[in-house]
Ligand binder design. Structure first.
Ligand SMILES: Nc1ncnc2c1ncn2[C@@H]1O[C@H](COP(=O)(O)OP(=O)(O)OP(=O)(O)O)[C@@H](O)[C@H]1O
Ligand SMILES: [Mg+2]
Length: 226
């Protein structure tokens, strides 16, 4: 099977004054289409750095990152953002919603990069909010929603572009365990529909529901079976 994501010898170093820190140290791994992978590891081990590089939000210093046949390391920034906008949905721990916009407007936002007309974007955003169980909250602003509902808006926003890959960085980190469980059910449901899912989590109960666990320590990968 052709892999969907392939990292080879990826290194990312941060410089702060005289100090250098290897956030990723010669990381290699592959993800097959349709997989659900949990990325675990202590705070500061490099999980978000890895997710951002896979998602094309950041460049590695060296090594190769091939996503869906595209070599991201050699892709120019505008092409990279174009790729990202059409293929990858991000879900963050802190939701990253626009506070002054309604749920509907938040989900419509990533579609500005598509060729859809405003009306089509609205219909698509409504569909996505419906898919996450928020059909009755379209006009609510983030401050008028619960934490779990905000995270569902963030998932709807990730879904809007019909992505091949969803990358969720601690999607349950700000939720209680019941709400977190609902979010994971939603995400794993999307994976069952064929979306490749990468979930960063501290929670081993969540990690164990993945097909595979990729554990990071000091920027190095230690893989185990899920
Ligand atoms: N922009 C930056 N400049 C300097 N150092 C950074 C930068 N971003 C991250 N780092 C460092 O790189 C390391 C990896 O950071 P990263 O955010 O990937 O960790 P993480 O595993 O996601 O941690 P957490 O579980 O706390 O979110 C950390 O030691 C962090 O301090
Ligand atoms: Mg992180």
């Amino acid at each position: 099977m052709n892999s969907l994501i392939e990292l080879r010898n990826v290194t990312k170093t941060y410089h702060l004054g005289d100090e250098t820190l290897k956030a990723l140290d010669n990381v290699s791994f592959t993800v097959n289409p349709g997989e659900f992978i949990a990325i675990t590891g202590p705070s500061g081990s490099g999980k978000s750095t890895l997710a951002n590089i896979i998602g094309g939000l950041d460049h590695p210093d060296s090594g190769s990152v091939v996503v869906d046949g595209n070599e991201l390391a050699h892709t120019r920034d505008n092409k990279l953002s174009n790729y990202r906008n059409h293929n990858i949905g991000f879900v963050f721990q802190s939701f990253n919603l626009q506070g002054t916009n309604t749920a509907l407007e938040n989900v419509m936002l990533p579609l500005v990069f598509s060729h859809m007309k405003n009306k089509e974007r609205k219909i698509r955003a409504e569909e996505c909010l419906k898919a996450v169980g928020l059909a009755d909250r379209l006009m609510h602003k983030p401050s008028q929603l619960s934490g779990g509902q905000r995270q569902r808006v963030a998932i709807a926003r990730a879904l809007a572009v019909n992505p091949k890959i969803i990358i969720a960085d601690e999607p349950t980190g700000n939720l209680d365990s019941a709400r977190g469980g609902e979010i994971m059910k939603l995400l794993s449901g999307l994976n069952k529909q064929g979306i490749t899912l990468l979930v960063i989590t501290h929670d081993m109960n969540i990690a164990r529901t993945a097909h595979r666990i990729v554990d990071i320590r000091d920027g190095k990968i230690m893989e185990r079976r899920g």
